[in-house]
Design a protein around this ligand. Structure first.
Ligand SMILES: *[C@@H]1O[C@H](CO)[C@@H](O)[C@H](O)[C@H]1NC(C)=O
Ligand SMILES: *[C@@H]1O[C@H](CO)[C@@H](O)[C@H](O)[C@H]1NC(C)=O
Ligand SMILES: *[C@@H]1O[C@H](CO)[C@@H](O)[C@H](O)[C@H]1NC(C)=O
Ligand SMILES: *[C@@H]1O[C@H](CO)[C@@H](O)[C@H](O)[C@H]1NC(C)=O
Length: 233
């Protein structure tokens, strides 16, 4: 009985205090830290779960291959489509907040990260005419030592997916979901670091939380290029 209680409390304590800081898997660091020499993913440079060298291949365009996963199986992606793919890849590999949505059974995966509808719609628009052969880019392939290979024909994104919601909620398996809130959602900009706390406390104060989370969005400067992280001292 005492043994069971000890195990219970140990579990509780580790759940509360030992939240993993980065996702698992060989490309993730154990904990986020600043990096120098990023070529891409600048949003996460000050607190990153990936090493700077991960961004080297991401800075090339068109992106051909990353960790033996080929991006060009249906031809090179357009620059604008690729830019969205990069944002998602950077978030997954480098973001210090991705682990809040760690998959319960696979520590290297995320589950149900809430994305903004507007982001998903823009992503869909950007990729609309690009080609893809996989509905689920994680699993709809034949894998061998030379990487991922198409199982199906290459078709335009707007034939593969009905709309941005379909794209966000299926292209990366269950990794992403479209948030019902226009504020408590991520769009892979500097605002994410402000809205994260409102996303995490959502149940406590539904109404005021929504108001509060809107504020940083509204106050955000028009120019989104510079990540405005908390100043480091
Ligand atoms: C990237 O850098 C990290 C840390 O410096 C190193 O452990 C890793 O082997 C490097 N990876 C590659 C592919 O060079
Ligand atoms: C894709 O891009 C690569 C690298 O720039 C280029 O060599 C290749 O010809 C391109 N392929 C197509 C089909 O345009
Ligand atoms: C995790 O694994 C358990 C046990 O196999 C299973 O019941 C559960 O559905 C899995 N969860 C997810 C999100 O896949
Ligand atoms: C996207 O398509 C699905 C399936 O047809 C539909 O249920 C949903 O309302 C659409 N969402 C938007 C935002 O248009």
């Amino acid at each position: 009985m005492k043994f069971a209680a000890t195990i219970f409390f140990a579990g509780l304590i580790s759940a509360v205090f030992c939240h993993p800081q980065c996702l698992g898997g060989e490309n993730h660091k154990a904990a986020p830290s600043p990096e120098t020499g990023f070529q891409e993913c600048f949003l996460y440079e000050e607190s990153s779960c990936c090493h700077a060298n991960f961004t080297d291949k991401l800075s090339l365009s068109p992106i051909i291959e990353l960790n033996n996963y080929y991006w060009n199986r249906c031809g090179n992606l357009s620059k604008k489509c690729e830019d969205y793919m990069k944002k998602v890849e950077c978030f997954y590999q480098c973001s210090p907040i991705a682990s809040h949505w760690i998959h319960p059974n696979f520590s290297e995966a995320v589950q149900h990260v809430p994305l903004c509808q507007s982001f998903c719609d823009s992503w869909f628009e950007a990729c609309r005419s690009d080609l893809t052969c996989a509905y689920n880019w994680i699993s709809d392939w034949v894998f061998d030592e030379t990487g991922n290979h198409c199982k199906n024909d290459c078709i335009p994104f707007d034939k593969m997916y009905v709309n941005g919601t379909d794209l966000c909620q299926n292209a990366w398996g269950t990794s992403f979901t479209v948030s019902s809130s226009t504020c408590r959602c991520l769009d892979f900009t500097a605002t994410d670091f402000k809205v994260i706390k409102y996303i995490l406390e959502r149940e406590s104060s539904e109404e005021s939380g929504e108001m509060e989370a809107c504020k940083p969005k509204l106050q955000q400067p028009k120019d989104k290029k510079e990540p405005d992280l908390e100043p480091r001292t």
